[in-house]
Design a protein around this ligand. Structure first.
Ligand SMILES: Cc1cc2nc3c(=O)[nH]c(=O)nc-3n(C[C@H](O)[C@H](O)[C@H](O)COP(=O)(O)O)c2cc1C
Length: 220
């Protein structure tokens, strides 16, 4: 797959085939992502692949915490508000989802259901957590974002599907304890990984992008 097609065809995958990915292939996509650039080549990324019973136990733990009403405590707090342009794009996505699925994501019971689907990694056979030392600067968060995109593109090029998930860091303290990740790290992102089920309605919607004119200027 050529890189331009890989970038423009990737999409978040939220339904997976019941088929594990070999450890060799998982290692290959992670090794590819390690070629991402980083500030002074500091490579501020740590990766944990969670599969099998450990993943099932993690999903159950997050579902139980939600059902118990435990307040989320992600290491990277969710934004409380957005500037106008970004908020308008979010509103557009929510309206589109409501139109296609009938699900109203302002309804707390719908949000709880959506969170549980996230916590179960949308049925994917593997979860990948990205984390780093909490003392690292914002530049290292930026670097980890580059790593995440490389990982998703490498996976896509190999026929795998992924979805980046902020939600699966909601209970960061409990998750780090369960996964034996030292407390001085921040959990930045989780991803579901597996072979996509492209017949599933959950994978039917392709998000759009705002016209490029909204974001680019040229000066000479
Ligand atoms: C940092 C980050 C966090 C995200 N968190 C979630 C999440 O918790 N659950 C989810 O289903 N999708 C999540 N997404 C996926 C976005 O909704 C998705 O990337 C966006 O709608 C664009 O769609 P696309 O990835 O199909 O191009 C997240 C994406 C990013 C980059």
């Amino acid at each position: 797959m050529d890189p331009i097609t890989c970038i423009t065809n990737r999409r978040s995958i939220r339904a997976f085939q019941d088929k594990p990915v070999s450890q060799d292939l998982l290692r290959e996509i992670i090794a590819t992502a390690c070629w991402s650039p980083s500030y002074k080549n500091s490579q501020p990324w740590q990766v944990l692949v969670v599969s099998g019973e450990k993943k099932e136990g993690l999903s159950q733990m997050m579902v139980d915490l939600l059902d118990n009403g435990t307040p989320p405590e992600p290491d990277l707090p969710a934004p409380e508000s957005w500037p106008e342009a970004e908020q308008a794009r979010i509103d557009y996505l929510m309206a589109k989802r409501r139109e296609l699925t009938g699900m109203d994501l302002t309804d707390p019971s719908v949000v709880a259901r959506a969170k549980k689907a996230n916590f179960c990694f949308y049925g994917a056979p593997h979860a990948i957590y990205l984390y780093q030392d909490s003392s690292l600067s914002s530049w290292s968060l930026f670097d980890l974002g580059l790593f995440a995109q490389s990982l998703m593109l490498a996976a896509h090029a190999k026929g795998l599907g992924t979805v980046p998930q902020g939600f699966v860091t909601d209970y960061s303290q409990a998750i780090k304890k369960y996964l034996d990740i030292s407390e001085h790290n921040r959990l930045v992102l989780g991803l579901s990984v597996g072979y996509p089920d492209m017949t599933a309605p959950a994978n039917g919607y392709r998000t759009e992008r705002s016209p490029m004119e909204e974001i680019v200027s040229f000066v000479e």
